[in-house]
Structure formats: C-alpha cells, structure tokens
Write a protein that binds this ligand. Structure first.
Ligand code: C2E
Ligand code: CA
Ligand code: CA
Length: 550
C-alpha cells in the first residue's frame, strides 16, 4: 500500500468531513472515493436506532456504494452515542474475491471509528437543535417555534387570518392520578397529536409547559377546535380499549391586523383563558373589550392590595343572624369592606380578583384576626357575645397548614373556640373534596363549628355533605320560593330540604331573607335561623355593638 498517498487521502477526507452538516449519501460519495480506493472498500452502511423521536428515530443509510462491491459484510462494529443513539457501521470490500490484509483491516478500523465520531456528532447536533425547539416529552414544538412562526406570518402578511388559542387541560392531575404519570403523558400526547392532525396544515399546536398549550389556527377551524376541547375520549390502550375523557378550556385572541404585538396577543389569549376557566357554562372565551377593562381593574387591585392590608384599609362588617323562635341575635357573619381613598368598595368588586391568586388567603386570615380581636374586646367589656362566622375561600384547599394557622390566630387572642364558625363552600373535584374533608374534621375536633356556604348554588350534593361533619348548612336565597304558595313545587321542595337536613342533625340558616313572607315560610318549616336585610344589613362594628350590648 502506498502509505504516503493514503495519509494524504485520509487527511483530505477528514477536512471534507468537517464541513458536512447532513449525512446525505450523494454528497459523501466524492469524499469517500479516494480513501475507499486505498482500502478496497466497496460499500459502507450506517444503521442507527433511537427511541427518542427528537434525535431522528431509526434509519438505514448507504453512505458509499460501487457496483462491484462484495455481497457479504467484511467488517461490522456497534457504538452507543452520548445522546443514547445506537450506531452500527457495516463495511464491504470492493470486490467479492478481495480479502483485506491485517494492515488494511487495522486502517479500516480507524476509518470506521472516524466515521462514527462524525456521525455521532452530527446526530448530537441535530438533537440539540431540535430539543431547543421541541418539547421533549410530547415531541411538539415549543414557544420559540411559535414566536418564529408568528414573526414569519407577520412578515408575509398572513397573520390576520389566524387566531391564537391558549389551552389548558381541565383537571389533568386527576387523569394522572387515575392512570399513573407515565400513561398520563401518553394520554396528553395522544390528545395533542390528534388535535394537530385535525388542524393539519391550517395551524399548529405548541407546548407552553405543563398542561398548557397554544394552538394557532385559521379562523374557519374555530368551531371544530371548540368541539374537540369540550370533551374528547382518548383511548390509550388499544388492546383493552381503556380510555379517559379529556376536557380543556381555551382563551382566544383573534388576530385582526398584521402589525400586532406577539407578546401582547398571547397575554390577551391568556386573560381570556382565565375567564374561560372560571366560567361554568363555556369552555372557551374570546378576548374582547370587556375582558380588557376587567384585567386593567385587576391589575390595579393587585398592585394596591398589599399596601391596603398594611394600612388596615379592610374593615369587618357584621351581619346579624337571627334565631327565628324568638328573633334574638344568635350569631353574625363577618363580611369584608374595603375603604379605599374615602370610598367603600363592596366585596364583589375585589374578592373575585383576589381569588385569582393567593391574596384572598391573606385577606381571610386578616379578617379572622380582626374578628378575634373584636370578640376578645367584647368579652372583656361584657358584651353579649355571639358566635361569629368567618368566610374561608376555596383557595385555602391544599394548604396543609390551614388548620394550624386558623387555630394559632384564634388562640393568639385567647378566644374560646366556641365563638368562631368557619364558612366554606363545597368543591367539585375529588382532590378538593379530600382537602375539605380533612379541614372540616380538624376544625370539628378542635370545637370549631363549620358551615356549608351558598348551599343551592352550583353543584350542591347531598351525598358529599353527608361525608363531612358539618354543623350548619347555609341555604342560599336562590333556593327560597319566589312566592308564598304552599302548593307550589318550590315550596314543597324547600320544606323537604329543611326536614332532611334536620334528620341529618344539621342546623339550617337561610340567607338573603328580605320579606315578611319569607320569614313566615321559614317559621312554618321549622327553620332555625335566618340572615338578611329584613332583619339587618351587614353593620359596621360600632352599630353591631349596639345590638349586642346588655
Ligand atoms: P356570602 O358569603 O354569601 O355573603 C352573603 C352576602 O349576601 C353578603 O354580600 C351580604 O351582604 C349579602 N346579603 C345579606 N343579606 C342579604 C339580603 O337580604 N339580600 C341580598 N340581596 N343580599 C344579602 P357581600 O357582603 O357583598 O359579600 C359578597 C360575597 O363576598 C360573600 O358572599 C362572600 O362570598 C364574599 N366575601 C365577603 N367577605 C369575605 C371574606 O372576608 N372572605 C372571603 N373569602 N369572602 C368574602
Ligand atoms: Ca358566607
Ligand atoms: Ca352565602
């Protein structure tokens, strides 16, 4: 063998390979020709195997081939790269009757190692490039691709035919709990890839993170996508036909103008999503002027909330609860009022905003603290103190220290537990229900009463109520019969409800009582307590004190 000639050819081969970005056989042929001539190589095959879609999956490439090449492989070697891809190189001699000498075989081994080094690196580079643009778990493009696509659509002037949908899968933690995390990911992947198939070339699905996605789609696909999101059965085990139902919410921003700002548009779709998540009847919401105003208001409230707590701008109003047998005040509900820059802001204007985040929890503890402070003072000053109920938002569920925090506030004021009642609303999810059960049991054990707030609104379930040691049911005014007619179905139903609760050992209080007719109805059905404007509005502390002085 002409060693010098071979060395030169080998160096040239290395220099050329350095420039290769894609292993395209036609381009490689010229690079390989000379070295392969020296080494009597007639065919090179590369097989690669990878179960990670990102690195390009599996493949079989013929990198070099001359017509007379031997049919049987003369040298074969396997490698595993750092990114986990398996490579096999098969090298064939240039003619059936050629047998490589030891010297040539040694050189072929070196040559093969170099080939692997290059291809392993090419693969790795491709993998890194792709993983920067694709979500690893599901193999869908990420937000970088979304920005790239939108910028491109803006430039070529077609963005205005698209809509941006911000999607959140509903209660996907429950799916994960039912089928396990691994299958949960499979369900998510199937769900998202099916959505992508539906959209085909008219848009794309991108992963934002977790169970949040963005879908970019042409206007005409709107109703098809909404239908898919409302409810879709995902079959995740073909053999057993096991399936789960996946539902999702979507906030939509309709791009109207090619000059739009991408960040702002995504933020608007997100605002619409939040509103969709809160809505019980609609799974999607389109961003509009009304949402814009709402979100501006929310921003202001969030900004000034912490200072307002610090400056004690929140005040406790007490609405008396009246015992119907003797019309005496037998309790009160603490309701929050915000006095900001001389104006009194009602809770419906700020509680829903605070409930978006965890600020509501800060406010609830603030209220409990102030109520305990008042009770302590009333006890010390000899008032006829009644049990006061304090509202705790659903947002507290999941806080494993909730019971501890409530007890520590009450105890720090040295208030007997029997003076406090905690009002909670029912939950609809299993996870939330478990937390609720835990907290009610804990309060019960510590002698603190609990009540179900707003019974009759939303998803009240008698079945769930029986599984928790509640003390009081607060029936919402919407359950009250509209007219006093003993034969009306509303009246009969209402009567049954009250007697059923009584049988379960629960006390009932009806809220929102405004008329004498309503009071009569309650008394006829042996209702224990009532709360409402007929008796009193929520009162500022000094006025309430006048009602409980001896
Ligand atoms: P809620 O807990 O159901 O409180 C009862 C609401 O009904 C109060 O509204 C009360 O003023 C009103 N109300 C009482 N009697 C009548 C009546 O005869 N007719 C009518 N139409 N309404 C009556 P408010 O004070 O505006 O509070 C609204 C909601 O804000 C509360 O509903 C509660 O969900 C929330 N909220 C108020 N304070 C707090 C708080 O400190 N923490 C939490 N988490 N939520 C609170
Ligand atoms: Ca309440
Ligand atoms: Ca209520």
């Amino acid at each position: 063998m002409d060693i010098q000639g071979y060395s030169k050819a080998f160096d040239a081969f290395i220099l050329e390979m350095e420039k290769v970005r894609e292993p395209v056989p036609e381009k490689l042929y010229g690079i390989f020709e000379e070295v392969c001539g020296y080494l009597s190589i007639g065919r090179i095959e590369m097989l690669y195997f990878d179960n990670n879609e990102l690195s390009g999956g599996n493949g079989h490439l013929v990198l070099y081939q001359i017509p007379e090449a031997a049919k049987n492989c003369g040298y074969e070697n396997d490698h595993v790269s750092d990114s986990g891809t398996m490579f096999t190189f098969r090298i064939y001699s240039s003619r059936e009757d050629i047998v490589w000498t030891e010297e040539v075989l040694e050189k072929i081994k070196v040559f093969e190692t170099v080939l692997y080094t290059f291809h392993g690196r090419l693969h790795l580079r491709k993998y890194v490039e792709k993983s920067m643009l694709y979500d690893r778990e599901l193999g869908v493009p990420n937000m970088r691709v979304l920005f790239k696509d939108l910028t491109n659509y803006k430039e070529i002037g077609i963005a205005d035919s698209y809509e941006i949908g911000f999607i959140n899968l509903s209660k996907f933690t429950i799916v994960n709990q039912c089928v396990g995390r691994e299958l949960g990911t499979k369900v998510m992947a199937l769900y998202i890839h099916t959505l992508q198939d539906k959209i085909a070339d008219n848009g794309k699905v991108y992963r934002v993170g977790g169970d949040n996605f963005i879908v970019l789609f042409k206007d005409e696909l709107f109703s098809e996508i909404c239908n898919y999101l409302v409810r879709t059965e995902v079959i995740y085990e073909d053999e057993t036909q096991s399936s789960v139902i996946v539902k999702a919410n979507m906030g939509v921003y309709d791009i109207q103008d090619n000059n739009f700002n991408i960040d702002v548009a995504i933020e608007k779709a997100h605002i619409a999503l939040q509103s969709a998540r809160k809505s019980t009847e609609k799974s999607y919401v389109i961003f509009d002027k009304f949402l814009q105003e709402m979100s501006e208001k929310e921003n202001i409230i969030e900004r000034i909330f912490n200072d307002a707590i610090e400056n004690e701008e929140f005040m406790v109003y007490y609405q008396p609860k009246v015992q119907l047998s003797n019309y005496e005040i037998a309790g009160a509900e603490a309701l929050c009022r915000w006095k900001h820059e001389g104006k009194l802001i009602p809770p419906n204007d700020f509680i829903p905003v605070l409930e978006q985040g965890n600020s509501i929890c800060i406010l609830d503890f603030y209220m409990l603290d102030h109520v305990c402070r008042d009770i302590r003072r009333w006890l010390d000053e000899g008032y006829k103190v009644v049990k006061v109920s304090v509202n705790m938002s659903r947002r507290h569920m999941g806080d494993h220290k909730l019971l501890e925090k409530i007890l520590s506030i009450i105890d720090s004021h040295n208030v007997p537990h029997s003076y406090i009642e905690i009002e909670l609303t029912e939950t609809t999810t299993d996870v939330g229900f478990y937390d609720l059960q835990q907290i009610v049991f804990g309060l019960h054990e510590n002698g603190i009463h609990t009540s179900v707030d707003d019974f009759g609104v939303g998803y009240s379930s008698l079945n769930l109520i029986r599984q928790v040691p509640w003390d009081v049911i607060k029936i919402d005014k919407s359950f009250l019969p509209e007219v006093f007619d003993r034969n009306s179905s509303q009246y009969i139903l209402f009567g049954h409800l009250l007697s059923m609760f009584k049988a379960l050992g629960l006390k009932c209080i009806v809220e929102g009582v405004e008329t004498i007719e309503q009071v009569k109805m309650l008394k006829e059905n042996n209702c224990y307590m009532a709360q409402g404007y007929y008796f009193d509005r929520p009162l500022p502390v000094d006025e309430f004190e006048k009602r409980i002085c001896n």
